[in-house]
Design a protein around this ligand. Sequence first.
Ligand code: ADP
Length: 492
Amino acid sequence: MHIIHVASELAPVAKVGGLADVLYGLSKELVKTGHEIEIILPKYDCIHYGYLKDLKPEHRDLWSFEGNQRYHNTIWSARMENLKVFLIEPHHPRYYFSRGCVYGCHDDIDRFAYFSRSVLEYLLFSGKQPDVLHIHDWATALMAPLYKEVYAKRDLKIGKTVLTIHNLEHQGKCSSHNLSLMGLKGEALMLPEKMQDPYSPSLINLLKGGIEHADVITTVSPNYEREIKTLEGGCGLHTALQKHEKKLKGILNGIDEEFWNPAKDSKLAANYCTRTSGIKEVLEGKRRNRKQLRKHLGLEEKDVPIVAAVTRLVTQKGPHLLHHAILKTLERGGQFVLLGSTFSSDIENSFRQLQKQFSKGRNAAICLDKDEALAHLIFAGADMLIVPSLFEPCGLTQLIGMRYGTVPIVRSTGGLADTVFDIDTAHHVPLDERNGFTFDFPDTLGVDWALNRALDCWFKDQKAWQRLMLQGMQKNFSWQKSAQDYLDIYTQ
Ligand code: ADP
């Protein structure tokens, strides 16, 4: 099969969050099965070009359109490991992808709508006829209606379209004029059963357009699939998702086990795994990484646990609960490391205040940054990883943490509930498959309940703690099974 992924992120070249990891891990696994996989991305100026090999212009003369203007684009091709990557560089007067960022511009809708249309122009121009066009989230969701309404009638042949919802919160709301600029009949699509936003009837909703027009919809965990069909979890799109539930499927994300591998990870102070001498090697490996982490962050070297969080600091991730977890951990005599990328000045300011408050002590490190190397060292050096999300489609950090022997403490929601089973309360799961601590309600009492039990276990029962570490490390979170689930869908 010939499968083309079109997305706004790809790890490690253009990563904001989990979408990038999923594109990378899933595509690598699909290539191993012998299928032809291609990935198309915008050519951001902030791409980490060092990872790309054989980068060269493939076509210099691709035209695309915005309203009655036409613009020139260069299509670049490159290889990244076993992946074939294409980058679209628009020569557009608004420099859509020369902004030093992936998202966060006032005209994000225009940027990604233009990209979506240019990809279809490229497929038409190049004669590519993929069996599957796989699009991801709101940024490329427009391709489904654009293909069905315009390009299918212009001799572009695509087998089927698959839309994956990585996060339903972001939907791409805009005016019907934005659709008209892309060659669609904006006003005609402004209907409840088409692309009209359910909350703001004067707006178009791009993700809804993808839901209505894609042949198959997937999302990133079975539990999130259930949640998004409810009023509470549907972000306004529950009715559309209920209507299309026959074509909706939840497939649990995996992690790339080569990239996230404590036995080989070059960003660690020491590598370790369970294979040679079991827990002894893991404890020694984690001890050396913990030491390096403390040294790097100026934390005091002492025999207490490190609780960590590696996260985007946005409302979804429960920043107020992280704030509380920091105070609670310190009160209980532990240390806390937060690596958080900030997007809102309010959230940033509240953590900057904490930073100041703890600047004299050497028990908390609050790094308001995006730092891949530090993230790896934290996963290896920390003892516990806390994820107090208000909602979480799948969540990858709890999976990565477990692979590195770091015990997760999570709010039981979305994919977190599919992957972390509480040692005390997950009675539906055998004892030897329980792997962490969970809480149900996203409030400070919930955090206290789970965090206190985790800290008690670490301080009072190291044997039980080590069992939890091993149970997490031995669990298979690779892409193998999930990639097969995607292949089954493509084959259907
Ligand atoms: P989301 O996609 O909602 O951000 P996930 O848990 O699915 O959350 O994926 C987050 C990915 O981004 C993980 O690979 C994690 O290590 C990485 N990440 C998140 N925040 C940071 C940060 N501040 N610095 C480095 N990596 C980060």
